[in-house]
Design a protein around this ligand. Structure first.
Ligand code: SF4
Ligand code: SF4
Length: 134
């Protein structure tokens, strides 16, 4: 049975729709919500999806307007390029960056990073990139 991890992006107009409920109830998708960070302004959800209805479920998500991307990569930070500006800290929905108030250095926790790539565009020094092969 194929299984995959997917990052879902919800725009503000979708946050009150019963999209995940429909996937389970009407389509019979087997899923596991690993993380979610959604407010009335939109947000992200990390889903593990499996079962024979996986493709049907993904199709339904996309046709509902949810942006879906399969996670097959991991994030790499080039320490030489990083200026510790802190722009990535508040962007990461999974709290993988931390700004140390004592020395103002930004640490990156690869254990909590899911490789969604959301932080990449926020980095002014182009220190972040996704590498294939998680
Ligand atoms: S890729 Fe960036 S935004 Fe996504 S979880 Fe990892 S550190 Fe956070
Ligand atoms: S946004 Fe880029 S330069 Fe700034 S702290 Fe994060 S990785 Fe470093």
């Amino acid at each position: 049975m194929s299984k995959g991890k997917f990052i879902l992006e919800f725009s503000p107009n979708l946050v009150n729709e019963p999209i995940i409920c429909v996937l389970v109830r009407d389509i019979g998708v087997e899923l596991n919500i690993l993380r979610a960070d959604i407010t009335e302004k939109g947000g992200h959800m990390l889903l593990e999806i499996s079962g024979k209805n996986k493709e049907k479920g993904l199709e339904r998500l996309r046709s509902s307007g949810v942006k879906v991307r399969e996670l097959t990569s991991y994030l790499s930070r080039d320490e030489k390029r990083c200026s510790n500006c802190g722009m990535c800290v508040s962007i990461c929905p999974f709290h993988s960056y931390e700004l140390d108030p004592k020395d103002y250095l930004v640490t990156f926790n690869s254990e909590s990073c899911v490789g969604c790539g959301i932080c990449i565009d926020a980095c002014p020094t182009v220190a972040l990139s996704l590498i294939d092969g998680k």
